[in-house]
Design a protein around this ligand. Structure first.
Ligand code: AMP
Length: 207
């Protein structure tokens, strides 16, 4: 009995099984023409009302989608990058794959109190309160060219703090790469205004 993937059910006969089709979860076969945005699930009102949470777990489940995201961000990396810096936590997923693809080392930028060695940190403002990003004080050598990576840029607060942190440690931030841009929140433009070349793969309107 053939399966009708558009309808999510078996055709031409009675079946006890029927379920809603989930195109975002289907395995896409080619990486060059692949629609990454279609593989990102949007969950409304998470973690609080009014936020459209852009969920990359569906993209990660798709082998071609995950591979295409990493390849496209790696291909766009400025020449001469020495080190990839990933922002905790979802940024670690893409930054480690890009570092592997480019055969570069990986520098971890973490939330406060997570790193075991001597750290340097930068505080930054949130809508309510403050947050802090840290890295090991000896994680990079002054003058090293660093590509910053996270899954998503919204207001840019986290990425700008990471840029400040890397610069204070003597690194040259030659680029920043994100799978998702929320351009209405202006973060990518703030980074560009700071002199950082920004690459993003998909954009979503709103918050
Ligand atoms: P921001 O500092 O405002 O640019 O926020 C960026 C960080 O918050 C990233 O590490 C994202 O993982 C997370 N984030 C912010 N907004 C969203 C959203 N709408 N969906 C998923 N993650 C988000």
């Amino acid at each position: 009995m053939p399966f009708d993937s558009a309808q999510g059910e078996w055709k031409g006969g009675k079946s006890a099984f029927s379920f809603a089709p989930r195109p975002a979860m289907q395995c896409s076969m080619t990486t060059d023409t692949l629609d990454i945005a279609a593989l990102i699930r949007t969950i409304p009102d998470f973690p609080k009302p009014g936020i459209q949470f852009r969920d990359i777990t569906t993209l990660l489940l798709d082998p071609a989608g995950f591979a295409a995201s990493v390849e496209r961000l790696a291909e766009a990396a400025p020449t001469g990058v020495d080190l990839i810096a990933g922002i905790e936590a979802r940024g670690f997923i893409f930054s480690s794959a890009i570092a592997h693809q480019l055969a570069r080392g990986l520098l971890l930028i973490r939330k406060t109190g997570k790193l075991p060695g001597v750290t340097v940190g930068v505080d930054y403002a949130l809508e309510y309160g403050t947050d802090r990003v840290e890295m090991h004080a000896d994680a990079c050598v002054p003058g090293q060219k660093v590509l910053l990576v996270d899954d998503l840029i919204a207001t840019g607060g986290t990425a700008l703090a990471a840029v400040r942190l890397l610069r204070e440690a003597g690194a040259e931030v030659v680029g920043a790469a994100f799978v998702i841009d929320l351009p209405d929140l202006g973060g990518a433009d703030l980074l560009r205004a700071e002199g950082v070349a920004v690459t993003t793969l998909v954009s979503f309107g709103g918050h």
